[in-house]
Ligand binder design. Structure first.
Ligand code: DSN
Length: 431
């Protein structure tokens, strides 16, 4: 009997869940996914993510567990670590964090104490919630001093970073961002951290795939701790890892477990190992290079249509459009684009005047479309469609015609044919 995929299993066993699953299958096939933090895992990683390692508790470290029966857990975790070390060149890697926020929290615990001063990028200038937002544990348990990009060119203002470091003597400096379209100069941060005696942490969640493929400079050697999620440009399952020097390994591992987590999600550690194996293949580096080329093409296409971009362009996979001088908010832009099947997210911008739920920017990323197979020609076409929608978001006839083009493009680049129920393309019933 042929192996059944998830949709087929659900159709037989749980029609309510099947309906929701197939709706999402359809949404992913029918839309153009441009959220910069998202990607599509390979068919292999997808399949492997649902595996029998989910049944096992494995608290502790490989070969030092608090449960019996962990020999296979040890083998897969050591394989994930070995492959991650080959990808990034770090001395020590912990592959257990459930998500990026937990990875960052573990580093705070390992490196500094509650009440210590942390110098981190302001959220609206590209930082992340866990880099000191007042609504997040980081802003509540630590004294945060924010640094910024220059409002003239939207590049990190290293004069300000150095001056703030000298004035406040932070215990830790965080570099790395969620919405910064330019290269992060880890060497410059290392110089400043060295001068003021701060621990340097890099959060490379967005650019990890680019770093692994050597299309972005590496933080290893410059930073004391490096965190990344595994599911963005790195194209693995949802999760995170932390890298550090051997001298900090024991302290860090204890801060992950028992510090903030109990049993690791071993099915996820398993699929991290498989995804890291894929990332070591030459095809992965090809995709990362293409991701950057596609982002450059998207940026140029939007500039040619007179849209303003934060920093004037991109060096990585992110294109952040500044809508502050247009008659449309980030929220309205996101909603108009979703109507035509282009999925992106509203984003605050440097100098933001609107609340984050509304925002004055819209952020695009090219990882998912590149994984899907789109190259410069198709990305330029998508860029032109985006520009049309942003310029005339309430023109229903225009939106309809753009939606038709989105369907043409998405139909030409199927994602998971093996996941369709009974081989039927879910878009056949309409997108
Ligand atoms: N929320 C992710 C992003 O979109 O960048 C980061 O956590």
């Amino acid at each position: 009997m042929a192996h059944k995929n998830v949709a087929e299993l659900l159709l037989a066993a749980d029609p309510d869940a099947a309906r929701i699953y197939i709706n999402e299958l359809k949404r992913q096939e029918c839309t153009l996914e441009m959220v910069a933090a998202e990607n599509f895992v390979s068919a292999l990683t997808l399949q492997v993510e649902g595996n029998i390692f989910t049944n096992k508790y494995a608290e502790g470290q490989p070969k030092k567990r608090y449960y019996g029966g962990c020999a296979n857990m040890d083998d897969i975790e050591l394989l994930a670590v070995e492959r991650a070390k080959k990808l990034f060149g770090a001395e020590h890697i912990n592959v257990q964090p459930h998500a990026g926020s937990q990875a960052n929290m573990a580093v705070y615990h390992a490196a500094i104490k509650p009440g210590d001063t942390v110098l981190a990028m302001e959220l609206t200038h590209g930082g992340h919630l866990t880099h000191g937002s007042a609504m997040n544990f980081s802003g509540q348990f630590y004294k945060i001093v924010p640094y910024h990009v220059r409002l003239t060119d939207h590049r990190i203002d290293f004069d300000e970073v150095a001056a703030l470091a000298a004035e406040h003597k932070p215990a830790m400096i965080i570099c790395g961002a969620s919405a910064y379209p330019r290269v992060v100069e880890f060497d410059k941060f290392a110089q400043i951290a060295g001068d003021c005696g701060a621990v340097l942490m890099a959060d490379i969640a967005h650019i990890a795939g680019l770093v692994a493929a050597k299309v972005h400079p590496s933080p290893i050697g410059h930073c004391d701790f490096v965190t990344t999620t595994t599911h963005k440009t790195l194209r693995g399952p949802r999760g995170a890892i932390i890298m550090c020097r051997e001298k900090d390994a024991d302290r860090l591992d204890k801060c992950v477990m028992p510090g903030i987590q109990g049993g690791p999600l071993m099915h996820s550690v398993f699929s991290k190992a498989v995804a890291f194996g894929e990332a070591l293949k030459p095809e992965f580096a090809d995709i990362q290079r293409q991701t950057v080329k596609n982002a450059a093409t998207l940026a140029q296409t939007l500039l040619d249509k007179d849209l303003a971009l934060i920093s004037g362009g991109t060096d990585n996979h992110i294109v952040l459009v500044n809508l502050s001088n247009r008659n449309i908010t980030g929220k309205q832009a996101e909603q108009a684009l979703e109507k035509v099947g282009i999925v992106a997210n509203r984003n605050t911008i440097p100098g933001e005047t609107r609340p984050p739920y509304v925002a004055s920017g819209i952020r695009f990323g090219t990882p998912a479309l590149t994984t899907r197979g789109l190259k410069e020609a198709q990305i330029a076409r998508v860029g032109n469609l985006i520009a049309k929608v942003l310029q005339d978001p309430e023109n229903e006839a225009l939106l309809k015609s753009v939606a038709g083009e989105v369907q043409e493009i998405s139909a030409a680049f199927p994602i998971y044919p093996s996941q369709w129920p009974q081989g039927k393309n879910p878009r056949e019933e309409g997108c």
